[in-house]
Design a binder for this molecule. Sequence first.
Ligand code: NDP
Ligand code: 8X3
Length: 250
Amino acid sequence: MTKTALITGATSGIGYATASEFAIHGINLILCGRRLERLETIQKDLGKLTNVHILNFDVRDREATFKAIESLPEKFRNIDILINNAGNAHGLDPINEGSIDDWDAMMDINVKGLLYVSKAVIPGMTERKSGHIINIGSSAGKEVYPKGNVYCGSKHAVLAITEGMRIDLNPYGIKVGSVNPGLVETEFSKVRFKGDKIADTIYQGYKALQAEDVADVIYFAISRPPHVNIADVLMFCTAQASSTIVNKEN
Ligand code: NDP
Ligand code: 8X3
């Protein structure tokens, strides 16, 4: 039977690449994000391959999140796969110089937003006693790097929440796992550095992971047989050995 996936943060990067990969495999898509124009363009493009419904909301807004998911038309109501991907880093500063607005954004989007979306989607899964949730964490959820403080904290929280979800949803036969990439060349650094040109240098001198590389792994995880759950993947580009060790030219 054709499956339905809800992907947050589908307007760019890993979320968009995952939507494209799922569309190739005929999975029905519910695509979420704040940039409506992008959602509409993506719906038009991927709509040539599969059924696509778009939901335009900010995951920080609890009411808007529940309203959006409650508004789903009948044919998109049974969500088989949830990809909790929306998130970003905001700033890269030592803790004593960090901005409270940046901290709020990272905790509200990466942690609380993931929880709001999950809270809205999980009841359908527990009722049907099936489902698959993949949370996009980060290598920053497995180690802490200089100035990474709150972003790393938010991604460590994503990993802990993922483990908690896997334990609590186990009796319902729901699979839960995380995919944790290192450096991926997306709009991530543009957001982190707020348009500063330093963002252009982050992926220079080596070949970073591409969003499609991560999407491949996400599709691999969701296409395993019913008895197999990919619980936790850490993936780096070949040039990266850890959060702080990247083998760049020169
Ligand atoms: P992008 O900036 O390309 O994508 C981020 C996505 O999140 C966008 O689609 C954006 O959509 C959405 N988003 C951001 N804030 C909100 C919000 N408040 N409400 C709803 N949607 C939101 O970055 P990536 O694709 O790289 O990031 C995706 C995930 O991967 C994140 O969780 C990130 O932490 C993680 N990650 C990224 C790595 C990297 O190096 N790039 C490495 C490891 C993990 P819109 O703006 O339209 O709302
Ligand atoms: C994104 C990877 O190393 O920029 O999660 O934090 S990193």
